[in-house]
Design a protein around this ligand. Structure first.
Ligand code: ZN
Length: 401
């Protein structure tokens, strides 16, 4: 496993030592100079001679498929995994469109692509907390505005505090509380959860000062450098699954396109290692009316999309639901609403001539469709047959913590 050379600011390229992060009482989560996102950098020249892409398949052959994304240990931080079996998700061929492949991230243990980054971030924080054990470190609190953290916080014996929109679906809510997360329901526009989280972490860190041994960590996108290290395994995987080659294009939903930052980093690293060559895929991003992102995220994503020669394409809010039902009924794949926004791009780009029949196109379905059960059933419209049982075999004694 490689040694980390330093953390690099994505804005000003300032270097932050990894020792600073491991030994500070309040580890920096962003660039101390301008608040930019920190990216993990390795000594690539040394790695180039020391690691081989074949190692991934050999490791998986030894450890079985449960090794998941950790098959890329040679290009990941040296850490004991906190794993629920994330990664190595299927790359399925479309039954109707030659060359179109679906990278199904809904097959991750928490039903979302975020499992990769959360697993890596929680593993790194667990290792950091262990290093501090001699200093009587207290509880570790993790804050995020996505449900995907809850299971990994439980697996890492940490406390998750989630800021989620009040209108979230029942499966999403259940996916948080069943793992013991503390859920703060937030009213207001899409960005409001992130703002509430920022206020809370600021308040907690101020209050903690030097008196408390508890650690409060922000796991929002780009506020925790190791999430991107997990996210990047998606890029390694899809290239390996196509035979260590790039596809011609990637179709991504805008609201989950923060994952692209990791995928693009993977492409840079694989080229530096000599694992892949040729033209990187054009990236097309589907934007619906409701897909809002923080300004910094959006500008990083737009930078990637433009550099790739792709573009952001508006998708009608109704069109992604039509696309979802089409894929579920005709191909047996229940996309998420986000994945369906990416799928809706395919006919649009074929019609515009930006992609050609037979080209290798990867559609990234970022989450499992059933998490959107409320929205899908409301739109169909579909009501629950029968009623809930009046008593449960466990006696109804299970309540969220
Ligand atoms: Zn900076």
């Amino acid at each position: 496993m490689p040694a980390i050379a330093y953390l690099e600011c994505s804005r000003c390229h300032h270097h932050v030592s990894i020792e600073t992060r491991h030994h500070a009482s309040m580890p920096p989560s962003v660039c101390p100079q301008d608040g930019g996102a920190l990216l993990v950098r390795y000594a690539m020249e040394t790695l180039r001679t020391a690691v081989r892409r074949e190692h991934a398949a050999e490791l998986a052959a030894r450890c079985g498929s449960s090794v998941g994304m950790w098959r890329y240990a040679e290009v990941l931080p040296d850490v004991t995994p906190v794993t629920l079996g994330e990664g190595w998700t299927p790359l399925l061929q479309s039954r109707r469109n030659a060359g179109l492949m679906i990278k199904d991230e809904g097959a991750n243990p928490t039903g979302t692509w975020e499992a990769r980054g959360m697993a890596m971030a929680v593993a790194m924080i667990a290792s950091m907390a262990e290093n501090h054990a001699a200093g009587q470190r207290g509880a570790v609190h993790l804050l995020a505005s996505s449900r995907g953290l809850a299971a990994y916080a439980a697996a890492g014996e940490m406390k998750a505090h989630l800021f989620l929109p009040r209108d979230l679906s029942l499966p999403e809510y259940l996916g948080a509380v069943v793992h013991g997360a503390e859920v703060h329901l937030v009213d207001g526009p899409p960005g409001e959860c992130g703002l509430r989280l920022e206020e809370e972490i600021h308040r907690r860190q101020q209050a903690a000062g030097t008196a408390s041994t508890d650690l409060w960590m922000d796991l929002s996108p780009l506020r925790e450098p190791f999430r991107v290290e997990g996210d990047k395994t998606l890029g390694y995987e899809l290239v390996e699954q196509i035979g260590w080659q790039y596809p011609d294009a990637l179709l991504y939903p805008l609201c989950d396109a923060v994952g692209l930052i990791g995928v693009w980093k993977a492409f840079e690293e694989m080229e530096a290692l000599g694992w892949v060559s040729g033209r990187r895929p054009r990236v097309y991003v589907g934007r619906t009316a409701t897909s809002g992102l923080a300004a910094e995220l959006e500008s990083m994503i737009l930078g990637i999309v433009i550099a790739s020669g792709g573009r952001v394409v508006a998708v009608d809010d109704g069109a992604n639901l039509v696309s979802l039902l089409d894929w579920a009924g005709k191909e047996g794949i229940c996309l998420s609403l986000q994945g369906a926004a990416a799928a809706a791009l395919h006919p649009l780009l074929l019609a515009s001539g930006e992609i050609q029949p037979g080209q290798r196109i990867v559609l990234v379905n970022t989450a499992a469709g059933l998490k959107d059960a409320d929205t899908i059933s409301h739109a169909m419209p579909l009501r629950r047959p029968g009623s809930l049982p009046s008593s449960l075999p466990v006696g109804g004694i299970i309540t969220p913590v």
